[in-house]
Design a protein around this ligand. Sequence first.
Ligand SMILES: NC(=O)c1ccc[n+]([C@@H]2O[C@H](COP(=O)([O-])OP(=O)(O)OC[C@H]3O[C@@H](n4cnc5c(N)ncnc54)[C@H](O)[C@@H]3O)[C@@H](O)[C@H]2O)c1
Ligand SMILES: N[C@H](CO)Cc1c[nH]c[nH+]1
Ligand SMILES: [Zn+2]
Length: 440
Amino acid sequence: MRRVILKTGEQFSNKHLKRTGAFNAQAMAAATNIIEQVREQGDAALRELTEKFDGVKIDNFRVPAEAIEAAAAQVDPKTEAALQKAAKQIREFHERQVKQSWFSVREDGALVGAKVTPLESVGIYVPGGRALYPSTVLMNALPAAVAGVERIVCVTPPTKDGSIDPVVLEACRLAGVTEIYTVGGAQAVAALAYGTESIEPVCKITGPGNAFVAAAKKIVSGDVGIDMIAGPSEVCVVADETANPAMVAIDLMAQAEHDPLASCYLVTFDEEYADKVEAAVEQHMKSSTRAEITTASLADQGLIVICDSMEQAIQSVNVIAPEHLELHFDGAFEQLGAIRNAGAIFVGEWTPEAVGDYVAGPNHTLPTGGTARYASPLSTDEFIKHSSVIQYSAKSLANDADAVIAIARHEGLWAHARSVELRKALVETGDIYGLDGANE
Ligand SMILES: NC(=O)c1ccc[n+]([C@@H]2O[C@H](COP(=O)([O-])OP(=O)(O)OC[C@H]3O[C@@H](n4cnc5c(N)ncnc54)[C@H](O)[C@@H]3O)[C@@H](O)[C@H]2O)c1
Ligand SMILES: N[C@H](CO)Cc1c[nH]c[nH+]1
Ligand SMILES: [Zn+2]
């Protein structure tokens, strides 16, 4: 892994990072062509693109109900129990996020508030290129279901034999997905946004994916809602010399194995400790079943930052703004206040990031690429919208009339002012035209 050794008092900055930003011109160009093709040719384009990029022919994209039932029977009891446990804990966590409509009545009788409405339909992109992601089904579909979305559509690329992994199907069933389609990549995003003969469009698309999926989400955003661009996985581990290097190493590898573009950061305090972690990575790598991806990620995107104080370490974390942050040192909880930018924070050596990926309850769809500076984890908020509600009485209108009229006049908007003046006149004189010149 690349190393940066900070001098005393030196600030970690973006120049130390290799980040190229979320804009990928090549992927944007490819996704634009794919989206245009799907808009023009519908299902025929989905068939052609699936054959081209996934190497399989699909006649019917919709997974029939019988196949979903049959998949449940193929899931071994241990995996079924794990899915159910994860689903329960994820559901419970997200139930705490649910927003209610609210109304407040002022002293003058004016009522203001917000009416919360679940989105009618959402499309969930479940990645399927380099790994299977039943956990991503749970993390996206359960918050949608908890928020009250009625139509929850899942799209995911086919496996080599043209099917969908039974565990992914079972996760869909457990989480309340109402339609499943065997299609992935930018073409799936286009189908969800604009519809085809076999896929009805949705109001919003959520879920992570590779560069083509991310580019497609950016392009269709505005025509449909999108959640965030959750890109390649990232982890930043802050560890001092008391932390077990083998644990730190395996936690770095747990994100590196997602994608050669995944980014892993170790923030620590001396080079000798960093050497121990790198030696432990080598040791673990001997038994990794994903050594190629993991090695590529650590070599190309990995970074070790050597700091000389905890303050400098936390300052580095805040610049990295990682998707996942692990804290392996005594008194970690006390540093929470100083941490400004992180998607999810895992406190202490007994909290490997993997618990958050699967079962802890909080969402694993998190801001990546430094977007934790302004973005939050996926939540039920992504699946609802608010409508403002305003109800005035004659008294409350009279109370606010002069303020409205003054601002409307300044803006030069005659009818805005008049709409209030007329009502004020009616309250004061009982005559809607009691205003001088009102009936001109
Ligand atoms: N942040 C999160 O919550 C989270 C969760 C899970 C996965 N991830 C990330 O999601 C990503 C998943 O990527 P993936 O590739 O494994 O699966 P994917 O499903 O996103 O992409 C596979 C699809 O990409 C399309 N594709 C492949 N090559 C193409 C090309 N040359 N041109 C156009 N389209 C092409 C194909 O249609 C294929 O089906 C990884 O980066 C992983 O780290 C993130
Ligand atoms: N770590 C990923 C988010 O970056 C989520 C995930 C799913 N499965 C395993 N991991
Ligand atoms: Zn993961």
